[in-house]
Design a protein around this ligand. Structure first.
Ligand code: CTP
Length: 215
């Protein structure tokens, strides 16, 4: 199976020394990429900047901005069977990136932002992806409800939600606890190391793919 995984944060430059970003260690996405490789699949990992080692045997394309991630995904998703969007993509980017470092001239400053491309949201309609599509929902409240909105809004087969306000399962944690939101039901995976959760998720995603193929 050919599997695309997006991971890590994106960075949206304000000037040569500053950027906007989202909190994300990249650990869950890298663990998933590793677990798909372990299960014998081909993985293309498209990742924003992280401190992690690239798992052995993955094809790796590093990116910085949401626009770059969007371009790489648009280029490669057509040959994928499964696409899993774990990246914490910045939702907005500065309208202008200053060429020189901005000086602190006033007590206040305003930066105008514009929406980035919704990469997962483009998979079906813009990129024409017909394979198994999985999104993530990092939420601080109403986890299941918000994850279900993403499932429907972005035409996913599965959205994996996690509560990032929980200290035990937050951004830099090695553990996670997730809710699996399917079109017709919801399931839970209780607290476990991210590597273990990743192996469970690979089984779940492959099962969805098999069911889709045979229907
Ligand atoms: N995502 C993406 N491109 C974006 C934003 C998000 O591909 N520009 C993907 C993420 O990788 C994740 C899913 O969409 O799989 C959910 O991301 P999130 O930002 O939480 O979703 P939004 O629809 O932007 O909702 P919210 O209003 O909660 O930000």
């Amino acid at each position: 199976m050919n599997v695309l995984v997006t991971a890590g944060p994106t960075r949206e430059p304000i000037d040569p020394v500053r950027f906007l970003t989202n909190r994300s260690s990249g650990k869950m996405g890298y663990a998933l990429a590793h677990a798909f490789i372990h299960a014998g699949h081909h993985v293309l990992l498209v990742s924003g900047p992280t401190d992690l080692d690239v798992p052995d045997y993955v094809d790796f394309i590093p990116v910085t901005t949401a626009a770059e991630m969007n371009e790489v995904v648009a280029q490669h998703i057509g040959r994928m069977d499964i696409a899993v969007f774990v990246a914490a993509v910045a939702d907005y980017t500065p309208v202008l990136t200053e060429a020189q470092k901005i000086k602190k001239d006033g007590d206040r400053m305003t930066i105008e932002l514009v929406k980035t491309p919704d990469i997962l949201g483009s998979a079906r309609n813009t990129f024409g992806f017909g394979g198994t599509l999985v999104g993530f929902a990092a939420e601080t409240e109403n986890l299941e409800e918000n994850a279900r909105k993403k499932l429907v809004g972005k035409s996913c087969d599965l959205v994996i939600g996690n509560d990032v306000s929980s200290p035990a399962h937050g951004f830099d944690s090695d553990r996670n606890e997730v809710v699996l939101v399917y079109p017709d039901r919801t399931e839970f995976i209780s607290s476990a190391p991210k590597s273990e959760i990743a192996h469970d998720l690979v089984d779940v995603i492959l099962e969805i793919h098999r069911t889709k193929e045979s229907s």
